[in-house]
Design a protein around this ligand. Sequence first.
Ligand SMILES: C[S@@+](CC[C@H](N)C(=O)[O-])C[C@H]1O[C@@H](n2cnc3c(N)ncnc32)[C@H](O)[C@@H]1O
Length: 277
Amino acid sequence: MTLETREKAEFGYERADFEVVRAKLKTLTGINLADSKDSMVYSRLSRRIRALHLKDFSGYLSYLDNHLEEQENFINALTTNLTSFFREHHHFEQLKGYIQSNRRPLKIWCAAASTGEEPYSLAMTAVEAYGRFNIPVEIIASDIDSKVLETASRGIYKIEQVSDMTADFKKRYFHRGKGINAGLVKIVPELKKLLTFKKLNLMDAKYALPEDFDIVFCRNVMIYFDKQTQLAILEKIISHMKPNGLYFAGHSENFSHVSKLLTPLGKTVYKPKGMTQ
Ligand SMILES: C[S@@+](CC[C@H](N)C(=O)[O-])C[C@H]1O[C@@H](n2cnc3c(N)ncnc32)[C@H](O)[C@@H]1O
């Protein structure tokens, strides 16, 4: 943010305030904000400052220190939740093949589920693989952000978000809104019941989750963490996976520095090597 923009801003915001926000966010979530994100921090947290009738960022930061319950809003405001149905389509093709050749009960963990498009895509893939809704597949969808999880568990989306799907696919997995809900689609209950939503911070010392996941989708979240944090999180995630499981990463997430933990299987899909001592 330039000096001029700072001076004209609705709420007082110094570079030092950005540094405090950055340090707090890193401690709470592992997210490492770049220098260039100071305008983003201003616009995202201004809404909280306005809602709380505070005057400036330093007032907000003191408020945050004295009201632990504000941490949730602080985190929700600063996460980036961009996602879409069948994002990086090739992963879902690969998963479908895996499910078809492993017709046994499967546990899938979607570790940065955001507003739900990714875990619902996983569920649709599993249903397509079996050709029916009643399947032995369980999906746990987690995220640190409580607001996106609310959206995910509602399972209501704008019709444009599913425009790439065939008419048949849309009919199978969504109810179309009518009247005041025109323009919206809602996930069918048969699909929804394959999923469980859970708030989970990947930075937590321990995850209250099963330890036998066959599949983990942890995509487009590690990019926000530094290498040391990525390593610590990966070790924990892998400890919740079966040795022959599959780990799906985001397109720009490179794990060549953690080759002791993961074996690449091509196109950002990995196999855990087992825990190191
Ligand atoms: C860019 S979205 C990725 C969504 C989805 N995985 C995809 O690839 O389309 C990143 C998500 O990671 C979540 N996130 C960030 N830090 C987290 C943490 N420490 N623990 C759990 N989730 C986190 C954010 O709330 C956000 O919803």
